[in-house]
Design a protein around this ligand. Sequence first.
Ligand SMILES: Cc1ncc(COP(=O)(O)O)c(C=O)c1O
Length: 378
Amino acid sequence: MKLFDVYPLYDIEPVRAEGEFLWDSKGDRYLDLYGGHAVISIGHSHPYYIQKVTEQLNKIGFYSNSVNIPLQKELADKLGLISGYNDYSLFLINSGAEAVENALKLASFKTGKKKVLAFSKAFHGRTSAAVEVTENLAIQAPINRNGHCVFHPLNKIDGLEAHFLQGDLSSVIIEGIQGVAGVNVPDNDFLKKIRSLCSKHKVVLILDEIQSGHGRSGKFFAHQHADVKADIICMAKGMGNGFPIGGILISPDFEASHGLLGTTFGGNHLACAAAIAVLDVIRSENLIKHAGEIAVPFSQELESMPGVTEVRGKGLMIGIEFDYNIDKLRKKLLFSHQIFTGNSSNKNTIRILPTLNISSSSLDMFLEALKKEVSVVV
Ligand SMILES: Cc1ncc(COP(=O)(O)O)c(C=O)c1O
């Protein structure tokens, strides 16, 4: 049987990984500044993570949500503590799109309304409601176009309240930092305005922290830089460091009832063990602080590179915009310097999403390679 061919592939086969490095089947080492779409938070094959997941696998890997799974409570307690959202509740699923899907659904259950306000260039996933609030017609099938979503330009306060005045909004969904779009940061004032409009008009505020969360921005959630609170927060990616897990944090204003939400795999023993190990490492290695601090001199260096027009982001979620298409440059970095970087829907922007415990010598390796290549590409 052949694979359904939806992914353009690099001819590279990683067979081993450690920290911020990968090794391919030929024995070549690669610096990973992308973490497989922002997934690798505490580093590849972290020894504590391996130990915790292995120990759990040797005990019990899975049972469904019809029995007590105390690991779920341990994960919820640790998430509450590290995020500051300790009065919220946790619902666990397996991916980012599922987190968004359940958040939108919960908002709609609560308000009895259908409409969602999302933002230009947003990416929230590929399942039914998630892709409808994603501004990319190319990945929406006719079945996804139900007229539920209205898009507004990011950071434009003008005209924002008009959407609320229609009276049909159930929720507003916004990324803590737009990732796929090329690392666009919502202004603090913009987030504060959305928060106040949601409270005034009784609309649910959903923060999608799937890419920007788990410490990447230098705070546990990126929206916490703006000092606002969300009603529902979506998590995935870095949450499991490669083990598929997603979750939503739900404000105490929402009432749970049996059967309201559900999943077979969500919250299984192995996934919880992985997510707990991630939080333990983030805390014990002080990775949120590290992500915030190490990014400052790195971003300053990037700003002075020839051809760079803007460096956007917070912490270790960085978009480097050039005054030309970066396709060739990324290929050079990968094939001549063995460095993985990310692209984005902004064709001039490279996305950098490394492990949160990356060393400055690894970031220097990238700067050296980039210096060499930009002088050639420009
Ligand atoms: C902000 C954001 N939300 C949602 C998703 C969807 O996550 P998943 O691919 O795990 O379904 C992504 C994936 O890139 C994302 O970046």
